[in-house]
Design a protein around this ligand. Structure first.
Ligand SMILES: Nc1ncnc2c1ncn2[C@@H]1O[C@H](COP(=O)(O)OP(=O)(O)OP(=O)(O)O)[C@@H](O)[C@H]1O
Ligand SMILES: [Mg+2]
Length: 309
């Protein structure tokens, strides 16, 4: 069913540099959430903090009733088994072929036999379309293949929580479309809790149940997809529309006067853009019961919008 992750008042800094502060959100069990934010706002740091690779300064991360920021290293090691993580750079071992890379967590964390390991590795490689590339080294394959190998490795332990750091960067649009479908199908099949960091707005609009946005050291918003898409909060609108006009600048944050001027200029293109249709699990994949609840939630929100003045 996946597990819920409850983050409260989380703050992280490196030296004097505050990365983000007072971040509170709940990743609902079994749902797909997306985290957006300009480059450098600490999205990767957030994922690494969730798995316990980085320690926050303040706040808590509660999983299955335990605050993982307070666990001893040995207990943390156990909790990490709940996670599958696809790091931003794939983080494959350069000297190991894809088969051994993907088998690594199984050999490290389980006592499965080599034949059992083989079955799982080949199943996951098939799932991400890498069958036949078992003997290749990471340096011999394309960036897209490395991403998919990282994804296969994130899946081998049947994780309850899967964190993806930009699974779609460096992929061509067709592969991104396939990857999105793969994510939605996977979520329907294994029903784990997903958190995806992406810069791809089209994906963010159609894949998740929930969207969050980090900006200026704060979590600007986190909530149901439809709510964020309907939001008229300037940062959310700018990001979900991929516009230059708005509070987010190229190198540094813009000053308030410029933002004001730009916001006055832009045409009303609706809140955060037209509602996007949700990507559904492919044919033959049974939808878990929560899909009914989500459909109801969307209909309610939609209804509320229609009736509001
Ligand atoms: N281990 C570290 N020590 C010191 N500073 C760090 C460390 N890791 C990250 N940072 C800093 O934290 C900030 C956020 O980095 P992070 O990689 O999380 O950004 P991001 O939102 O993932 O960006 P991108 O979209 O480009 O991947 C950056 O200023 C970075 O330099
Ligand atoms: Mg990053």
């Amino acid at each position: 069913m996946g597990v819920e992750i409850c983050v409260e008042g989380l703050t992280k800094s490196f030296g004097h540099q505050v990365i983000w502060q007072d971040v509170s959100l709940t990743l609902p069990a079994g749902e797909v959430s997306v985290m957006l934010g300009p480059s450098g706002t600490g999205k990767s740091v957030f994922l690494k903090t969730l798995v316990g690779l980085l320690k926050p300064d303040r706040g808590s991360i509660t999983i299955q009733g335990r605050d993982i920021t307070r666990l001893r290293e040995r207990d943390l090691y156990e909790v990490r088994k709940l996670f599958g993580v696809l790091f931003q750079d794939g983080a494959l071992f350069g000297s190991m072929n894809l088969y051994d890379n993907i088998a690594f967590p199984l050999r490290e964390h389980t006592r499965k036999s080599e034949s059992e390991i083989r079955r799982i590795v080949l199943e996951k490689m098939d799932m991400v379309g890498l069958l036949g590339a078992e003997g290749k080294l990471p340096g011999e394959i394309s960036g897209g293949m490395r991403k998919r190998a990282g994804l296969a490795r994130a899946l081998v332990l049947d994780p309850e929580i899967i964190l993806f750091d930009e699974p779609d960067s460096g992929l061509d649009p067709v592969r991104v479309a396939y990857l999105n479908q793969l994510i939605v199908d996977l979520n329907a099949q294994i029903d784990a809790t997903f958190l995806i960091v992406t810069h791809d707005i089209a994906s963010a609009r159609q894949v998740p149940d929930n969207i969050g946005l980090l900006f200026r050291r704060e979590l600007v918003m986190f909530g149901p997809r439809e709510k964020l898409l309907a939001s008229d909060e300037p940062v959310v609108r700018q990001f979900l529309n991929g516009r230059m006009q708005g509070p987010i600048g190229m190198a540094e944050e813009k000053d308030a006067a410029q933002v004001e001027q730009e916001l006055a200029q832009i045409d009303e293109d609706g809140p955060a853009g037209a509602p996007a249709p949700r990507l559904l699990p492919g044919p033959g994949i049974t939808r878990p019961p929560r899909w009914e609840a989500i459909a109801r939630r969307e209909a309610e929100l939609h209804g509320a919008e229609v009736t509001s003045p």
